[in-house]
Design a protein around this ligand. Sequence first.
Ligand code: ADP
Length: 229
Amino acid sequence: MHKFNLEKVWVVGKMKQFAVIGLGRFGTSLAMTLTRMGYDVLAVDTNEEKVNNIMDRVTHAVQVDAMDEQALKALGIRNFDVVVVAIGQDIQSNILVTVMLKDLGVKKVVSKAVTELHGKVLERVGADKVVFPERDMGVRVAQALVSKNIMDQINLSPDYSIIELMAPDDFAGKTLAEGALRVKHGVTVLAIRRGNDVIISPGAKQMVLDGDVLVIVGRNDKLRDLEEK
Ligand code: ADP
């Protein structure tokens, strides 16, 4: 079992510190991504194999049962900026650990919910944020499957979104002004992705090339019209 080295965590100081409890598919991916983004991450699981597998890819990994309040205290869990409860299948543990973390004084507890009802319970017991990774992924994949050209979509409100759209064929070789997206479709190009480059806030004279991806904000109905063009 890996010995938790408190000193090493606190030396880092100002950087935001995350703890991820439960190293299933979601917890593992989250912990590794946060680490790659440069954050300090403590990964926790009861399962030794899960802990060993992730040990080299996060700041710290410990084999601890998060239902054990004393063990959580010993980890100094209340000093982490964000603690994510990524226990999925075992709903009872997921809820109890969420309650315990808030009782221990953790400022921000983010809990993974499996169903809507589960999510409501988590909110009631004090989770600061509830996430539904499976549901949200299903929505994203569905959106990507039904639209020919939309590669990704962020919903800003029920009426407005940001989309990534393959530049329509008849745009290639034209400037944004000539494409007249704002005039004809009432949407705004925020950026153009060209291979590995990103042109931020492109001007009216910016040329669109074949293969460009346009990042566009606008009303959903206008965006749909544009996609069906
Ligand atoms: P996913 O659906 O994202 O793969 P799972 O529910 O399958 O998530 O995995 C949850 C992980 O949480 C498992 O690795 C399990 O060992 C771990 N886990 C469950 N209960 C606890 C607990 N009390 N303390 C720490 N880890 C736990």
